[in-house]
Design a protein around this ligand. Sequence first.
Ligand SMILES: *Cc1c(COP(=O)(O)O)cnc(C)c1O
Length: 358
Amino acid sequence: MSRYFNQRFSTLIPYVPGEQPQDIQYIKLNTNESPFPPSPGVLKAVSSEVDKLQLYSDPTCRQLAEKLAELYGVKPSQVILTNGSDEALYFAFLAFADKDKPLVFPEITYGFYSVFADLCGIPYKTVCLQDDYTILPSDFIPQDGARQTVVIANPNAPTGLCLTLSEIESILQANQENLVIVDEAYIDFGGESAVSLIERYDNLLVTQTFSKSRSMAGARLGFAIGNEALISDMHTIRYSTNPYNVNRMTLSAGYAALVENEYYMSNCKEIVRVRDNTKKSLENRGFDVLSSSTNFLFARSNEICGEELYSKLKEKGILVRHFNKERIKDFIRVTIGTEEQMNCFLSAIDSILGKEGN
Ligand SMILES: *Cc1c(COP(=O)(O)O)cnc(C)c1O
């Protein structure tokens, strides 16, 4: 730490992203990327922008906002584009949470929530998951009418479990004075989107991303949908930090991806099919696997601890994610790749557990 670093950040513990090794070729099942490349139109769209890189991108993101609005059945003024959905979450925390409206989120969830909260100096409270790792919606009812800002990943990560739309609605109803942010990074793999509720609940903000279901993690594109006033506040924060937050190539790629949306939705179906087969295969090998509405599985073996399994898989060239957190330390989180990749993963498991030839 330099002697110039602000005191208020001296205890900040930054988010640790999943490994992105640049040395050997791993089968990468650790950061929930899509195993499928972007569609052909995206490649063309990106190259068509390269000779215009001397020009700033459109700060209003008009074309893409209109296209998204059309696809999701909302108005362009109810959409904001961001540099990954991480940025949408960051803008929302800055815009809407504060000391008198602290953040509330599940104890086991996306690690960035607590990091952003600390960065912004916003206090937060965590809500315990049930024994089966589910979220109990009534835990988000504010105590004695206290103000709070709710954040829920639905489906949740890294558990993969999701709440029903009516459970989300019960949280919205109990929090009419409070903003409820629903992070739908994985919604295209299962669960029902809360976007359909934005006209009825002005306290709802939904965030989504092109990183997982639309094969664009490296392009950094996310968005939030909510009522016009909320989105307008988010734009105030955006124009006050980084008006050109989405670059020219990504804007163009995002538009092309929506034109070819069918391709991505059929990839999602394939991932769901492979996910469900992989879950059965792991269960046949004695694993306890949480029910998944996402593009990953959260699984534990009673024969080997999570950290050891992670290391042994890595030695075999397969990267998965392990979280060093007491309640989930027995688990590994495995991104669903292609059928072929998952077969390699299962063979590696067999060899690690000494079950070859079964
Ligand atoms: C991956 C992920 C995000 C954000 O990813 P971006 O690449 O920034 O869009 C947000 N929330 C959850 C729960 C995620 O897993």
